[in-house]
Ligand binder design. Structure first.
Ligand code: F6R
Length: 608
């Protein structure tokens, strides 16, 4: 989604802003722009469609000594990608400029109102409305104007604005769209994502909804919605800076896939003590734990797929009925949630608009909501009753890989914990399962050490137009994620089906041009899946199988076999997902796709 960065200080802002924009590129965008104050009546504003490098090529040759500015990467919502629609947007006189993330829902009414007052619009965007509103309310103090402007806005916004009359100030506001600010005493920065400020400071403030902050070179002042000065808490970010670098890998996706053994270890570390699973952040009393009669997992996309794995495990071990809900649906149906429902909201970014709305709804219904996220200080952590952090570290590739595995590991720990607390698994069983779970980390290392079979299998998919992923049980959940990865980064249509469902319709699609990827690891349903593979073979399909080492029978039927080490079926999602991530990446690379920044996608989906 869109990205915001702003800097005010004592050194020229241009390079700092361009560096910030480059860091935000991973979020997905289609145009970029920058606006700087220069002490005159005008602001210097440049926009370009396309990559940040396009903008940089123009900005680099300009003399821009200003120490205060804002910049933006836009992901089109209102109006196509074009220079006119790129942010920053200006008021009629070009003296106020604003960048915005989110959607102003009542922009059409405001636009009509402002037009009738004589304002002239230059773009099709909802954001430009804010620039004209600020102009309308401006009486010499941009912060005052911001208070009045946000009062008129409906929808979601992270906003940063500058004004030619106050050339050393940035005013920011937020509602339902992340804004992080930080200062080092001689300069201040704002961004929509920590990654853009991490080189500048590690001590940041995550603005709350309704708050307004005024940034200058001597620091930041914070105000609540009624305008009273407030002193929010600072959060120290301990993310590894190198996470934002490719470290010799050709792309972030491959680097992040290779980080997974470490991510699994870190997410597991310290959670088994004296033979018991300890989850201090799952702050439920024993009475509350005993009363839980249902678990409801809410998430979107890849995080939803992690939820599907968790359902298998919670029901199997803890015997608590569990549902997994797509957040965008959950929020608009009339879900049955009570005070005895344990709600787990899974979100890598912690900022997904639909998941946040679902969290609010569940809490209003009286449920306790726990977040599983990777992002410290993200919105979901503040809207939930507790947070369990996965230890993926910053994930730059838009297609989630390491955060997905970390989510599965964290949810597996929750499943074991619930089973333990409900007396469904003995200490010995828990200990055995935990140690089996720990084996997944070295097993992923082994899978990553030789990926030649995966690369070879990718040749089957490279020229296909459509692919089918099939599996059963945990294997079926793995297929959902495998197919999503393929779609996202290689733009190849893929469907995932529980293998038993094939003959109820989708088998009609199968012929020699629709390769089938089958997850057929050692599980109670292996033989059944083999029968389903036979069925697609009979229709001419080329089959790629993900199977367990030692399974020689599979080589007789599958054209390509990708082996993973043997593991308890409960944990096979962790290991079997890795070859499917790599398969999608090999196919995408062969098709010439940008695996880190797939078209139309964004790292954090902060609009509905
Ligand atoms: C796919 C992907 C998305 C996200 C989804 C939810 O690779 O990353 O499907 O999983 O947009 O995002 P979070 O987990 O941030 O709530």
């Amino acid at each position: 989604m869109c990205g915001i960065v702003g800097y005010v200080g004592i050194t020229p802002a241009k390079d700092i802003l361009m560096e910030g924009l480059a860091k935000l590129e991973y979020r997905g965008y289609d145009s970029a722009g920058i606006a700087l104050t220069d002490g005159t009546d005008d602001l210097q504003v440049v926009h370009r469609v396309g990559k940040v490098a396009e903008l940089a090529s123009v900005v680099d040759s300009m003399d821009l000594p200003s120490c205060c500015g804002i910049a933006h990467t836009r992901w089109a919502t209102h109006g196509r990608p074009s220079e006119e629609n790129a942010h920053p947007h200006r008021d009629c006189n070009g003296r106020i400029a604003v960048v915005h993330n989110g959607i102003i829902e009542n922009y059409a009414d405001l636009r009509e109102e402002l037009k009738s007052q004589g304002h002239v619009f230059a773009s099709e965007t909802d954001t430009e409305t804010v620039a004209h509103l600020l102009e309308q309310y401006y009486e010499g103090d941009l912060a005052e104007a911001m208070f009045k402007a946000v009062d008129r806005l409906q929808g979601a916004y992270g906003l940063a604005a500058i004004c030619a009359d106050q050339p050393d100030q940035i005013v920011v506001a937020r509602k339902d769209s992340p804004i992080v600010v930080g200062t080092d005493g001689s300069a201040s920065m704002v961004a929509s994502d920590m990654v853009a400020v991490m080189n500048f400071t590690r001590d940041v403030v995550f603005l709350e909804d309704g708050q307004i902050a005024v940034l200058s070179s001597d620091g930041i002042r914070y105000y609540d919605a009624p305008g009273h000065e407030v002193h929010p808490e600072t959060t120290h970010i301990d993310w590894d800076e190198q996470a934002a670098e490719r470290a010799g890998y050709p792309d972030f996706m491959l680097k992040e896939i290779h980080e997974q053994p470490r991510v699994v270890r870190d997410t597991l570390a310290g959670h088994l003590r004296d033979g018991r699973i300890v989850l201090e952040d799952l702050t439920l009393t024993s009475e509350e734990l005993a009363a839980i009669d249902r678990v409801c997992i809410i998430a979107c996309g890849t995080s939803y797929h992690a939820g599907l794995v968790a359902r298998e495990l919670i029901e199997k071990w803890a015997r608590i009925p569990t549902s997994v809900e797509v957040a965008s649906e959950f929020r608009y149906r009339d879900p049955i949630i009570t005070s005895t429902t344990l709600v787990i909201a899974v979100s890598q970014s912690g900022e997904t608009a639909d998941t946040l709305a679902a969290v609010r709804l569940a809490r209003e219904a009286g449920a306790k909501v726990f977040a599983v996220t990777n992002c410290m200080g993200s919105r979901i952590t503040r809207e939930s009753d507790g947070t369990l952090y996965v230890k993926a570290n910053m994930e730059i590739s838009v297609a989630a890989t390491k955060s997905f595995l970390a989510q599965i590991v964290c949810l597996t720990l929750i499943a074991l914990f619930l089973a333990q607390e409900r007396g469904r698994l003995s200490e010995e069983e828990i200990d055995g399962l935990y140690h089996e779970l720990c084996k997944t980390s070295p097993q992923i290392e082994k899978i990553l050490a030789d990926t030649s079979a995966i690369e070879e299998a990718a040749t089957v998919l490279e020229h296909a137009h459509s692919a089918m992923y099939v599996g059963r049980g945990i294997g079926a959940t793995v297929c959902n994620e495998g197919a999503l990865k393929l779609k996202e980064i290689s733009y190849l249509h893929a469907e995932a089906y529980a293998a038993g469902e094939l003959k109820h319709g989708p088998i009609a699609l199968i012929d020699e041009d629709v390769p089938v990827v089958a997850v057929v690891t050692q599980s109670p349903t292996r033989e059944k899946t083999i029968s389903n593979i036979e069925e697609v073979l009979a229709r001419g399909a080329h089959v790629i199988a993900v199977a367990t080492e030692g399974d020689t029978e599979i080589t007789k039927i599958a054209e390509h076999v990708i082996y993973i080490p043997p593991i308890d079926d409960s944990f096979s999602a962790i290991t079997a997902s890795v070859p499917l991530q790599l398969l999608a990446r090999f196919v995408a690379k062969a098709r010439g796709c940008d695996v880190d920044q797939p078209r139309n996608l964004a790292k954090s989906v902060t609009v509905e």
